[in-house]
Each structure stands twice: as structure tokens, then as C-alpha cells.
Design a protein around this ligand. Sequence first.
Ligand code: NAG
Ligand code: NAG
Ligand code: NAG
Ligand code: NAG
Ligand code: NAG
Ligand code: NAG
Ligand code: NAG
Length: 359
Amino acid sequence: MTSLSILLLSISFSLFLPFASAARFTCTAKNPSTCQSLVGYTPVNATTLGAVRSLFQLRSFRSLLAANSLPLNTPQNYTVPALSTVRVRFPCYCSGGSGSSFGLPVYKVRPGDGLDAIARGVFAGLVTYEEVAKANNISDPNRIEVGQQIKIPLPCSCDMVGADPVVHYAHVAAAGSSISGIATAFGTTEDTLMKLNGITDPKSLQAGQVLDVPLEACSSSISTTSLDRNMRVPNGSYVLTANNCIQCSCSSTTWQLNCGPTQGISSLVCPAAKCGDMYLGNTSSNSACDSTLCSYAGYTNSTSFTIFTNLTTLSVCNNVASPVSQPKASSAFRLRLGLSSWSNLLFLFMLACSAFIGS
Ligand SMILES: *[C@@H]1O[C@H](CO)[C@@H](O)[C@H](O)[C@H]1NC(C)=O
Ligand SMILES: *[C@@H]1O[C@H](CO)[C@@H](O)[C@H](O)[C@H]1NC(C)=O
Ligand SMILES: *[C@@H]1O[C@H](CO)[C@@H](O)[C@H](O)[C@H]1NC(C)=O
Ligand SMILES: *[C@@H]1O[C@H](CO)[C@@H](O)[C@H](O)[C@H]1NC(C)=O
Ligand SMILES: *[C@@H]1O[C@H](CO)[C@@H](O)[C@H](O)[C@H]1NC(C)=O
Ligand SMILES: *[C@@H]1O[C@H](CO)[C@@H](O)[C@H](O)[C@H]1NC(C)=O
Ligand SMILES: *[C@@H]1O[C@H](CO)[C@@H](O)[C@H](O)[C@H]1NC(C)=O
């Protein structure tokens, strides 16, 4: 695995108050005011996935693996080479027009630490010392004490970008990079990045600047009453949902969630996910152009744990729909369901408010 890409910071935000206005990303979304967001953490020194997990105080190691599309059997001592980027997913809270992480992660000051070294060094420039000072009501940034607990307000957003479901990703611009290069690398446009980040002159981009990059996410036909109705999975990553019974991936071929039963989870704890005789993820072909898919439609815990499914018609003769024009419900999308490729990739999705899995 040469290029680690994304990390997932999963934190239990129900217990913490959001930071007061330390965030830099615009977040006007009100309903829902929380969502999953990502930061790209690029440590200057080599580290391990386990250390990244501790630094960002992730409850679940598997959530970190999922955000980075790493197999679930990846060990905690897996090396993250210096200057490679790991994606961390965490709950974002929008308030007063901006978004930031809840009261986590919390960093405990060590001997020799300064606020700037913590912001630029330990957290690799995802925050500035001014933001950290503000979030912690530190009036003199030169006066912090060893052992002091410092909240790190990670930047994030839940806003829609155009009509597309997106996951916001905080990207620290490397020296020598350009807005257009970053746009290309993340599947967006220069124009979108400039608008979103209030940049008028693309040449003004500076090394270390943190950009709000909207990652295209897969849409789904998950029922609005489902506990995971707000699930957004960016291209190239995977989640486990429905108490880990269901694994869903996002492929930029269809921009639909591809969901099936999680491999290796006992069928004793997971209710059957079937549409009549068909299992979740199974397709049956009706004609040369049409087939039927047993698709995932959400789950509930209200009376008992139930997984919803839905028969969806796939039209394999249509042109590939763009993500923008992707229908919301009874979707007709191009057939592409490679469940077999999941067999050794098990991933964990953290629901916005709950259901952490220790590992
Ligand atoms: C990681 O830990 C395992 C045991 O937990 C050990 O066998 C392996 O050598 C370690 N790898 C590295 C690179 O430290
Ligand atoms: C990186 O490693 C160098 C050399 O060991 C050390 O001086 C520096 O503090 C480290 N930086 C961070 C952010 O840990
Ligand atoms: C922040 O610090 C100032 C003075 O240092 C104090 O008056 C104020 O009450 C503090 N606010 C909070 C929320 O702790
Ligand atoms: C989707 O992800 C793949 C692999 O991660 C990447 O090569 C591709 O450019 C991405 N597509 C978009 C539109 O982001
Ligand atoms: C239907 O789904 C089950 C369970 O995921 C799987 O074992 C089986 O291979 C699938 N059958 C077909 C025809 O795709
Ligand atoms: C739903 O119920 C299952 C078992 O019945 C439990 O493990 C899980 O934590 C519950 N999840 C939520 C989000 O309440
Ligand atoms: C199943 O899909 C149909 C449209 O194809 C939709 O009207 C219905 O609400 C869906 N059912 C569930 C449980 O999501």
C-alpha cells in the first residue's frame, strides 16, 4: 500500500460542545447540522496507523482503515511513511456559519511544546495556532502548560456543493501545488475550489493553506427514516453500516452505493437482508437491457433491528448517468456490482451519532 490516502476520525460528539467559531470552512447547513467530514493528515515524520488513531482519538481503528480503503486486517503498527497522507473521518458540527470538529481531538501538552508546533507540527497544519488559541480561550499563546488539555478544532463543512452530495475534505496545500492541480487530483474543478474557499486569484495559493475540497459522494436510495439516511461515502472508500451487518462501497463508475452483507460477520447477529428469494446485492436479469437488483434501503432499531431492502431496476443499456443527473429513488443506473472484490475488504462506517465499535 504505497499511497495511504484517507483517514477517518470518529469521535463521539454527543458528549462535547462544539468549538465556538474557530473553524475556517463555511458551513451554513442547518438540517442536518452534523455530518461526517474528512481531513488529510500528512505527518512530517513516519508514524503508524495506531499512532494516528491515538492522536485523533478515534474510537474505532476500523473506521480509519475504511476511510483509507485498507483491508480490515491491517495492523495498528502499519507504517505511515513520512509525508504520506492519511484520511481521518470525524463528525462535523455546523454553527454560526462555520464548521468544526466537536471537542475532540484533545491534545495533552508535552514538555517543549508550543502552540504553533502543536498546530503546524503535530497536527500537520490542519489548524493554526490562532485557531487553537481561540478554541481554547488561550489569551497568550506563549503560555501553555505541560499537561494542559488542548482541543484541536479541525475544519469541516456539511454544505451541499451544487446539487451533489459531497463529503468535505480538508487538504493542506503542498509547496508548489496549484489550485487546478488539486482540483484535478480530487475530481473537482478549479472554479468550485475557488468559490468554496473564497479565492479570487489562483496564484495566491500558499503552501500550507488549508483548502475545503468537496469530494463527490455516492448517492443512495436509503429510506429517509433509516438511522443511516445521511450516509455519504466518497469515491474510493467503503463503510460498514447497519450495526456492521452491511458493507457499502462507492464507485465512481455508477455513483451509487454498492451494498451487500458484510463478509465475516455472523449471520446470527445480522437479520436477513433479502428481497424475496434474492439476497442483498444479488441481481437477476429480466431482459438484455434490464435487470433487478436487491438493494440496501436502510435499517431501524426502533422496535427491533431490521434491515430494509428494495428491488431496484437497473437499465444496463442506458448511458452512464453523471453524478449530477443521478436519480434519487427508483434509480436506473448502469450495472456494475462487483461484490466479489469486497471479499477481503471489510470496513466500518461510523454513524453520525453513535454505534462505535472498539477494535
Ligand atoms: C507489528 O506487530 C506484529 C504483532 O502484533 C509483529 O509481528 C510485527 O512484526 C509488527 N510489525 C512491525 C513493522 O513492527
Ligand atoms: C520529526 O522528527 C524530528 C527528528 O526526530 C523531530 O525533531 C521533530 O520534532 C519531529 N516532528 C514532529 C512534528 O513530530
Ligand atoms: C476566556 O478568558 C477570559 C479572560 O481570560 C475570561 O474572562 C472568559 O470568561 C473566558 N471564557 C471562557 C468561555 O472560558
Ligand atoms: C475515484 O477514485 C479513484 C481511485 O481512488 C480515482 O482514481 C478517481 O480519480 C476518482 N474519481 C473521481 C471522479 O474523483
Ligand atoms: C446472492 O447473494 C449471496 C449472499 O451475498 C451470495 O452468496 C450469492 O453468491 C449471490 N448470488 C448471485 C447469483 O449473485
Ligand atoms: C441497534 O441495536 C443493536 C442490537 O440490537 C445494537 O448493537 C446497536 O448499538 C443499536 N444501534 C443503535 C444506533 O441504536
Ligand atoms: C423502494 O423504492 C421505491 C421506488 O423505487 C420507493 O418508492 C420506496 O420508498 C422504496 N422503499 C424503501 C423501503 O426504501
